[in-house]
Write a protein that binds this ligand. Structure first.
Ligand code: HPA
Length: 270
């Protein structure tokens, strides 16, 4: 796999003239951050050797290189999910490549269901820890010692210093943010009421279908991570209603401006 990662990184390097310092994975609802990037290069995933091929027709996804908050960034517009049928190694392959391109930090966003009874729909949550409930782990298989250890530490998966900075940025901009634990599972079904209850009992504040694999792989390579969720629906007893992907997208679109401000201001300060 190392050879594939290296050759993909070399291909991308031959197409770009900047070295990204920060990697960004844009989840449901953070597309708007792209409008803030002074774009220098765009590469379609389908042009990139070894990149996973999208299962959704017409939604190939793009790697975007440019400047944001005075820093060179690489943003993934479109991420890969386990529920689409990719392996967790495929889902996280772009994170490996971004490391070889030189990123020093990884920023991730997602939409999630809130199970903390204090949460409201449309609220933002800074992820301060996670629980991996995917049926596997992206590091299963032969370890690549050049990239990281066999048994990586996960005691500080989400960088405390960046979290404190993000909270200060949010306060300064009068944006309310919560902080909590994200539980990642496979999807694609949303949770039953009993499953939401389980998620809460297990110690999480929010639940979603992404982010955990990417952060595991980033931490394997010692990349400091920062991640935020938009709480798009509630898995709270008494408040559970039917939820559709469209509801999730609509709420995410409403809350996205707030998340974009935090991400952009935070990147300036790193
Ligand atoms: N569950 C899982 N994933 C989600 C949810 C949810 O309630 N909302 C947005 N993504």
């Amino acid at each position: 796999m190392l050879e594939q990662i290296k050759s993909t990184a070399a291909y991308i390097q031959s197409k770009i003239s900047i070295q990204p310092e920060i990697g960004i994975i844009l989840g449901t609802g953070l597309g708007g951050l792209v409008e803030e990037i002074k774009i220098k290069h765009t590469i379609d995933y389908k042009e990139i050797p070894n990149f996973p091929v999208s299962t959704v027709e017409g939604h190939s996804g793009k790697l975007i290189f440019g400047e944001l908050g005075g820093k060179n960034v690489v943003a993934m517009q479109g991420r890969f999910h386990f529920y689409e049928g990719y392996t967790l190694q495929q889902v996280t392959f772009p994170v490996r490549v971004m490391k070889l391109l030189g990123i020093k930090n990884l920023f991730v966003s997602n939409a999630a269901g809130g199970v903390n009874s204090n949460f409201e729909i449309g609220e933002l949550m800074i992820i301060n820890d996670h629980i991996n409930m995917f049926p596997s782990n992206p590091l299963i298989g032969k370890n690549i010692p050049e990239l990281g250890p066999r048994f990586p530490d996960m005691s500080d998966a989400y960088d405390r210093i960046i979290i404190e900075k993000a909270k200060a940025v949010a306060a300064r901009n009068n944006i309310k943010v919560a902080e909590g634990v994200y539980l990642g599972l496979s999807g694609p079904t949303f949770e039953t009421p009993a499953e939401y209850r389980m998620v809460k009992i297990l110690g999480a504040d929010a639940v979603g279908m992404s982010t955990v694999p990417e952060v595991i792989v980033a931490r394997h390579m010692k990349i400091p991570c920062f991640a935020m969720s938009i709480i798009t629906d509630l898995g709270v007893e008494g408040k559970i209603v039917q939820v559709t992907h469209q509801d999730v997208q609509e709420v995410a679109a409403l809350a996205e401006k707030k998340m974009t401000i935090i991400m952009k201001e935070l990147i300036k300060e790193l």
